[in-house]
Design a protein around this ligand. Structure first.
Ligand code: BEZ
Length: 384
């Protein structure tokens, strides 16, 4: 009897040791081509930075990365995510930037019982009608920056505004959040303009804005296209006539030398001068790791996606097969983010502060918060 117990204990120890020796496979499904390339790269940089700061291990487990370029193409998204899940057999999927691609990833994750951490894509349904115990977001819902910007625009005194965006989930939902807040404060949206993702032929739309003469313009664009839009808007002479009150994605990583974007107001859950000890340490560490590159919100979201995974793994001492324990650890996490500390809502979306930012040079300088601890309404989520 004694001998059997001893053998059992030894076997358990050996199997625990072999489990800890296996690497945890992280599937990074991100855009490495197209207008969102820089966003994908910065998310990966942020994620890897946190892992490297822990000596390459999370909760004692080495991390192996498998990378996939999703091209921000929703038509390829289900196949790409299925490859990570079924062929590469990753332990956790981390992705992505584009809302439409992330919606397809979420379906694959649900169908195959995979853990999914979203480091950017804001599609409201991911932590709304499609919320799931295995799906977490380290970034924001589209509603959140839209809503925060609506509050800011009203505070700045705009009464009649136009909106302009790409016609897809992120654009539509950010505009919806903006309208919800702006109209609740008595504002009116007089015209809504859009163009298909990822088109950048802004000229006819800018002409229509100039002719309509709203008090201000709300915009959602991001990545390479955002830089082009800013240049086109400034070249048309509109920046000082029809102010931009935009979701911070318009100016995040998109301000370049030689284009005078000074004075453009946006809101976002990060700014260049958060300047807390955590943010300062993060910036120094990021610059050291990446050739003096300045981190942006995408770097922060990647870093926090890794922090979130770490919280789940620490809770189960590295045993990622204990899914319920990992999920509980992530649900209970208080993330010490460079953006400021945040917690997870019941629907698994960050509850976080939004900053008012004014562009100066290539920086987005915070003038304080427009709203604190903003939680997405998580409409349609049954986990609440
Ligand atoms: C999105 O598609 O959800 C998205 C893309 C870029 C910036 C923000 C949101």
């Amino acid at each position: 009897m004694k001998k059997t117990l001893a053998t059992g204990a030894i076997l358990a120890l050996l199997s625990a040791q072999s489990l800890m020796a296996d690497k945890i496979k992280v599937g990074l499904m991100l855009p490495y081509s197209g207008t969102f390339t820089a966003l994908g790269v910065n998310i990966e940089n942020g994620f890897r930075l946190f892992v490297n700061e822990q000596g390459g291990k999370l909760a004692g487990r080495e991390i192996e990365f498998i990378k996939l370029d999703d091209e921000s193409d929703p038509a390829k998204a289900a196949d790409n995510a299925t490859r990570l899940s079924q062929k590469d057999k990753v332990d956790v999927m981390v992705g992505t930037v584009h809302s439409g691609v992330a919606l397809a990833m979420a379906k694959v994750a649900k169908d195959n019982n995979n853990l999914l951490i979203i480091p950017n894509a804001g599609a409201d349904a991911l932590t709304g009608a499609l919320c799931d115990k295995n799906i977490f977001r380290a970034s924001f819902s589209n509603w959140q920056p839209g809503y925060a910007t609506g509050l800011m625009a009203a505070q700045k005194g705009a009464k009649k505004m136009m909106t302009l965006t790409w016609k897809y989930a992120a654009g539509d939902e950010t505009v919806a959040g903006f309208k919800e807040a702006f109209t609740s404060k008595g504002g009116q949206v007089v015209k809504e303009l859009s163009l298909p993702f990822p088109q950048v032929d802004f000229a006819p739309l800018i002409t229509e804005i100039a002719n309509t003469k709203p008090d201000a313009l709300f915009v959602f664009f991001s990545g390479g296209a955002a830089t082009k839009f800013l240049k086109d808007y400034i070249d048309a002479g509109l920046k000082d006539k029809i102010p931009l009150y935009a979701s911070g994605f318009l100016t995040e990583g998109a301000l370049v030398e030689g284009v005078n974007t000074d004075g453009i107001y946006t809101t976002l859950h990060y700014a260049d001068n958060v300047d807390t000890p955590k943010d300062k340490a993060f910036e120094a560490s990021y610059k050291k790791a990446y050739n003096n590159a300045i981190p942006d919100v995408f770097s922060v979201q990647g870093y926090d996606a890794a922090q979130l995974l770490n919280a789940g793994l620490v809770a189960v001492k590295g045993d990622i097969s204990n899914r319920a324990g990992v999920v509980k650890g992530m649900e209970d996490a208080k993330i010490a983010s460079p953006r400021g500390e945040f917690t997870m809502s019941k629907a698994h979306n960050p509850i976080q502060d939004f900053y008012i930012r004014k562009a100066k040079g290539t920086k987005n300088i915070s003038e304080g918060t427009i709203v604190k601890a903003l939680a997405d309404p998580a409409r349609g989520c049954t986990m609440q």
